[in-house]
Design a binder for this molecule. Structure first.
Ligand SMILES: [Zn+2]
Length: 104
């Protein structure tokens, strides 16, 4: 089982002919950043193609908005248990948000 992040750049091993297929199903590719799966992709098809090309079952995971750890249960939360459970979860969230705004 291979977990790939949703809405976040990641790298894959050399894909050979699978490269074109992956792009065909809407997975984004950037030569500097790697691959990215967004809701614009044909998700069921993208998962099927990725699983076949990587010869492994692929599962999409969302990443914690604060620390970037994969979320265990993707129930629409944006923070992992560790971050959401910490006393200053809200401060972490707003600080991260502020840092993102700064980068714009
Ligand atoms: Zn976290």
């Amino acid at each position: 089982m291979r977990k790939l992040p949703m809405d976040s750049w990641f790298w894959l091993p050399k894909l050979g002919s699978g490269f074109g297929e992956i792009k065909d199903v809407g997975v984004l590719y950037d030569s500097k950043l790697g691959f990215k799966i967004t809701s614009e992709a044909d998700l069921p098809k993208a998962l099927a193609v990725l699983s076949r090309v990587l010869n492994d079952q692929v599962q999409l995971v969302s990443l914690c908005f604060v620390c970037g750890e994969p979320l265990v249960d993707d129930m629409g939360y944006v923070m992992c248990e560790g971050c959401a459970g910490s006393d200053d979860a809200y401060a972490l969230y707003t600080r991260k948000f502020a840092s993102l705004i700064d980068q714009l």
